[in-house]
Ligand binder design. Structure first.
Ligand SMILES: *Cc1c(COP(=O)(O)O)cnc(C)c1O
Length: 223
């Protein structure tokens, strides 16, 4: 078996103390999750509703599941009962649906707003202007079952480290702007989720508080 435990500790040892790890277990079997769990890892990331549902049923109940993929509105109702954080909220419509479903379960669900900063046209997420508009609009303030905890983004898929660094810097500066404008009095708006296997060492130099790492811990995914 892949040396999940060894890899996990290497990653954890390379992270600054203030940065938390979401171990991205999508497409990996339960045994891999358990190997990391046995070493104390509790935050895991998944991006497909059905796979997550299966894992939630078979794996320990104290795992904090982060939904990190693109979430369709019609899937919200399935994950809201147990999800710890929905990381990739990229529309008001999705936010409204989370509020609606979370209210039914009398839960307050933590979310991050996903930014689109990378150059790829295919990536999801809010442009900086769309994110500004969403927050300026203010409807979110009345949502009692949604807690906006910060921002999430993915950098461009490129070897150009300067470009990656510049995208993380943009995200970090934008976080500061949103914090100051809308969340100055709200301590729970504090998370900056950026950094994956190939770029997390750059991300942590740009104020990342959460890194989402799969391949470096669990090996290549078999789709
Ligand atoms: C799959 C995925 C990751 C993990 O990617 P690795 O390169 O395997 O570390 C991180 N974030 C998101 C949004 C993902 O979909």
């Amino acid at each position: 078996m892949y040396d999940v435990k060894g890899n996990l500790h290497k990653v954890l040892n390379s992270l600054p103390e203030c940065v938390r790890l979401v171990a991205v277990s999508k497409y990996h079997p339960d045994e891999f999750v358990m190997a990391a769990y046995e070493e104390g890892q509790r935050m895991f990331g998944e991006s497909h509703e059905q796979e997550l549902r299966r894992k939630v049923q078979s794996l320990p109940k104290d795992i904090q599941w982060h939904f990190i993929g693109h979430l369709q509105t019609n899937k919200v109702k399935y994950i809201v009962p147990y999800i710890d954080m929905i990381e990739a909220v990229d529309s008001l419509k999705l936010l409204r649906e989370i509020e609606k479903q979370a209210a039914k379960h009398n839960r307050k669900v933590k979310v991050l707003l996903e930014l689109h900063i990378a150059e790829e046209a295919t990536k999801y997420g809010l442009t900086l202007d769309a994110c500004r508009e969403l927050l300026a609009d203010g409807e979110w303030r009345d949502m009692k079952h949604v807690q906006i905890c910060g921002l999430m983004m993915m950098a461009s898929f490129t070897d150009n480290e300067a470009q990656i660094a510049s995208e993380f810097k943009t995200a970090s500066e934008f976080f500061d702007e949103m914090k100051k404008t809308y969340f100055a009095a709200d301590d729970s708006f504090c998370e900056r989720s950026w950094g994956m296997s190939d770029d997390y060492q750059i991300a942590v130099q740009h104020e990342s508080t959460i890194v989402r790492i799969g391949t470096t811990i669990f090996g290549p995914r078999i789709y």
